[in-house]
Design a protein around this ligand. Structure first.
Ligand SMILES: Cc1cc2nc3c(=O)[nH]c(=O)nc-3n(C[C@H](O)[C@H](O)[C@H](O)COP(=O)(O)O)c2cc1C
Ligand code: SF4
Length: 518
């Protein structure tokens, strides 16, 4: 029987040499006349082991990694095709502790299937949610999603079912489903991994959203920096359309739904939903004032669902296994699983999906294995560039929307970026202000002007100029931005700044200026 060898096509694996490994493997298979075939799968999400090569054996998949092209000959000599022993052998993939501890609902197929094989997708439980949805009343689908407790994974954590209900009840000749795949947060890659590793789950989720709300057209809005994701998503949409999963009769039903990919030019603010809509309409990515909500007047003034990739990709399993199954995972009002992206200065960076509730300390120390540099962890930024810096003293905070909010933080898109004790938190605070100044859409004053003033004030503190007065000024500025900004770019930039100042006050007391003393 032909042996299957899996080599990821995921951008992270490709960046680490997966193309070269695949080429070397194909050449070696041909030269040796082996009965083996290469499947370009998605990533399992263990970045420190990429490129991770897997081989299908009678006992299950056996993993090897990180593999370089020059390792291929030795691996084949060691009996790779039967899971033979080699220093790079990691044993059975499913037994690798980082994977074993996870609960993969949204990422159930990522790294397992061939991303562009609809047969493979079906064979691993795909399309069951959509099959159920086409036989249900729209309101019943919305009720199921509401019951599941699913909240938006893009940042704000708004209940997905309630958003869908508003669009279902809104009047409009046309309605749209817009998938927010802009994924601008630092240290995040879950959306990209789904689009590259299991694109059909996003297509299925969007088709279900369309049927549930009466929308017939969907757009995936992503960034030009994601060429691999764009290519896989576009190909998958074509395959789904040809197979009747998309089109005028979804799975042979009376429902029509089609979709396409649109690429932005790379502005962080274009991830903000109203700015995204402007960009999608071909306009400048300027934030719109709310109301009207996009659910009432969104894309081209039509009722529009805007959801993050992970929110939409979590819907098929909810429909398939039921709301109760999904909401059984998690804690408090944070139900289901959350794909946490562990990045920065960390030993075991990657994607870790689990029910809400694990503490930040468990994630950083146990799952992440501490810093890659081997130095003590100083701070962890959770939730992207607008998220707070958490010191070790707050490591007992459970991963839960409310628990993070209670500590003046946010979960955001669930990216965590680890810093060791060489990090200068004043520099990080300055960076937050600088980022806001660069990325501001310019519509409102506290953000447009405040962020530039913030950079100047941080520079004065760093230079030892009236530090006490300038620290007060920085806090005052943060307060103005927090309460006076139109959107969360200006409104949440104070989170990294204030958390840095509150938890690491020593970094805001630099030595007096040498020049001043001279
Ligand atoms: C400055 C800014 C950038 C954002 N970037 C993203 C993004 O890249 N991806 C995303 O899904 N949501 C992003 N959001 C949140 C969206 O505005 C919106 O809340 C989200 O798309 C709703 O989907 P959800 O309910 O499924 O989370 C951003 C918000 C702000 C203020
Ligand atoms: S807070 Fe900043 S990004 Fe948001 S609307 Fe105002 S100027 Fe634009």
């Amino acid at each position: 029987m032909t042996v299957k060898i899996y080599i990821p096509r995921d951008a992270a694996a490709v960046a680490l040499g997966a193309e070269k490994v695949a080429t070397a493997m194909a050449e070696a298979i041909a030269a040796r006349g082996l009965d083996a075939t290469i499947v370009r799968n998605g990533s399992r999400g263990m970045h420190w082991l990429e490129p991770l090569v897997e081989v299908e054996t009678a006992e299950g998949r056996v993993a090897y990694g990180p593999v370089k092209a020059r390792d291929v000959a030795a691996l084949l000599d060691a009996g790779l095709l039967t899971g033979g022993a080699h220093p790079l052998c990691l044993g059975k993939t499913e037994d690798i502790p980082f994977l074993k501890r996870q609960t993969r609902l949204t990422f159930a197929r990522c790294g397992i299937t061939d991303p562009l094989s609809l047969d493979d997708y079906r064979a691993h439980g795909g399309l069951r949610g959509l099959e159920k949805a086409v036989a249900m009343q729209p309101a019943a689908i919305v009720a199921e999603v509401t019951e599941s407790g699913l909240r938006g994974r893009g940042g704000a954590g708004f209940p997905t079912g309630i958003k869908w209900k508003t669009v279902l009840e809104a009047q409009g000749e046309r309605k749209y489903i817009v998938c927010n795949a802009d994924e601008g947060d630092s240290g995040t890659f879950a959306d990209r991994m789904i689009m590259e590793g299991d694109p059909f789950v996003l297509i299925e989720g969007m088709a279900i959203a369309g049927i549930a709300t009466g929308a017939t057209k969907g757009y995936v809005y992503t960034r030009s920096e994601y060429p691999h994701a764009i290519a896989v998503m576009t190909a998958a949409i074509g395959i789904a359309r040809a197979a009747g999963v998309l089109g005028s009769s979804v799975l042979g039903s009376a429902h029509a739904f089609d979709m396409e990919v649109r690429t932005g030019a790379g502005a962080y603010v274009c991830g903000e939903e109203t700015s995204l809509l402007n960009s999608l309409e071909g306009k400048r990515g300027l934030v719109r004032a709310k109301p009207p909500l996009p659910a009432h007047k969104g894309l081209f003034d039509c009722p529009t669902v805007i959801n993050n990739v992970i929110s939409l990709a979590s819907v098929p399993v909810i429909l398939d296994k039921g709301a109760a199954y999904y909401r059984d995972f998690g804690m408090g009002r944070s139900r289901g699983t959350i794909p946490i992206q562990i990045a920065g200065n960390v030993k075991h960076g990657g994607l870790f999906e689990i029910g809400f509730g694990l503490t930040l300390g468990e994630l950083v120390d146990e799952i992440g294995g501490g810093t890659a540099s081997g130095r003590p962890v100083k701070a962890v930024q959770v939730g992207g560039p607008l998220g707070a810096y958490f010191p070790r003293a707050l490591f007992d905070t459970p991963f839960d929307y409310e628990a993070f909010a209670a500590k003046d933080g946010l979960i955001g898109h669930a990216g965590i970026v680890v810093f060791d004790d060489t990090a200068d938190m004043l520099k990080q605070a300055r960076f937050a202000m600088e980022f806001c100044a660069v990325e501001s859409c310019g519509k409102c004053t506290p953000c447009r002007i405040g962020s530039t003033r913030g950079v100047e004030v941080a520079d004065k503190i760093a230079a030892g100029i009236e530090p006490e007065k300038n620290r007060e000024l920085l806090a005052d500025l943060c307060n103005t931005m927090k309460f006076g900004s139109l959107c969360a770019l200006g409104g949440f930039t104070p989170y990294p700044v204030m958390s840095a100042m509150t938890h690491f006050p020593e970094d805001f007391e630099p030595a007096p200026r040498v020049e001043a003393a001279e």
